[in-house]
Each structure stands twice: as structure tokens, then as C-alpha cells.
Design a protein around this ligand. Structure first.
Ligand code: SF4
Ligand code: SF4
Length: 161
């Protein structure tokens, strides 16, 4: 039997772009199945030139239990920082006696899927230009989100930001 190619926006697995995650917990709270597990702690950092130290959330654990996941996509939709993305990989069944446990993907596993996240579909050539792209609008000095390539460069937070 010939394998048919998967559609580019297939909901296979959820990739975590950890550099974008601020540990805001929105995805975990909105997940209807409570299958996102996040642990974190807070650190106080003094940045050069800053008047006061600031509190920073540091991620200790981010895991998704695919044994429970509904593949509804709510977590991907609600993440305000584009840290979660669908990737088309689907060949990750649990095996043997540990089948159920293996369906819990920890942050390292979720991070590995980032390379498989496809670029966004091209913009509609007939669409109205976005207000941000209006001529004369001052540049913010960073690449626009519409230019996101497959590697998701330009979407990561600045170090310490
Ligand atoms: S796809 Fe749905 S069920 Fe699965 S982790 Fe995200 S919000 Fe939860
Ligand atoms: S993945 Fe997104 S929604 Fe979830 S904790 Fe990180 S920043 Fe918040």
C-alpha cells in the first residue's frame, strides 16, 4: 500500500519552542483534559542597567500526556507567546509494558519536534495589507511574524526578555 503524504497542517504532535515559554500556565489551565504538566520556580534577577531586580519564571518541567490528549489544539491556540506548534509527526506509539508511560512527552521530547513544524501558509495575495505593514509606520526593528520560516527564527524571546 502506498503511503499518502500528510497535509502540511496535520495535528500530529505538539512542539514546544521553549525559548518562547514564559510559564504563564494559560495552556495548562485551558487544556480540557488537564494533560499538560508544568512545574516552575521563580528567580530574582538583576539585569544590567535596570533600576530594580525582576522576578523571572523558570521552567522546571513541561510535559504533555498524549495518552490523554484530545488533539483539540486549544493549547496551541491560546498560547500568547507562540511557544506551542503542531508538527506532523505521528509515529510515537508507546510500546510494551511501558506503553502508557511513554506517551508522556517531557520538554526535551517536545522540543525535538520544533524542527518539523512547517512554515505558515502563504498570505493571501488579495488580502488587505496588515496595519503594521502600512507605509510610514515606524519599524520596530524586529522581523514580522508573517515572515516566520520553518525553523521559527524571529519568534524567540530575547535572552532575559
Ligand atoms: S491539544 Fe487539547 S487536549 Fe491536547 S494538550 Fe492541547 S489543549 Fe490539551
Ligand atoms: S506554552 Fe505558552 S501558554 Fe503554555 S505556559 Fe508556555 S507561554 Fe504560557
Amino acid at each position: 500500500m502506498t503511503e499518502r503524504p500528510l497535509p502540511p497542517r496535520t495535528r500530529g504532535v505538539i512542539a514546544l519552542l521553549e525559548a518562547n515559554c514564559t510559564v504563564c500556565m494559560i495552556c495548562a489551565r485551558e487544556c480540557p483534559d488537564w494533560c499538560i504538566h508544568i512545574d516552575s520556580h521563580t528567580e530574582t534577577v538583576q539585569q544590567e542597567g535596570a533600576a530594580r531586580p525582576r522576578q523571572l519564571n523558570v521552567l522546571d518541567r513541561f510535559a504533555i500526556d498524549y495518552g490523554q490528549c484530545l488533539y483539540c489544539g486549544i493549547c496551541v491556540e491560546v498560547c500568547p507567546f507562540d511557544a506551542l506548534h503542531w508538527a506532523p509527526e505521528h509515529d510515537y506509539p508507546g510500546t510494551g509494558d511501558n506503553a502508557v508511560a511513554e506517551l508522556v512527552h517531557e520538554r526535551v521530547d517536545l522540543g525535538k519536534w520544533v524542527d518539523q513544524v512547517p512554515p505558515p501558509p502563504p498570505l493571501d495575495a488579495a488580502a488587505e495589507p496588515a496595519p503594521e505593514a502600512a507605509p510610514g509606520r515606524p519599524s520596530r526593528g524586529a522581523p514580522g511574524t508573517g515572515t516566520r520560516p520553518g525553523a521559527l527564527s524571529g519568534r524567540t524571546r530575547r535572552p532575559g526578555g
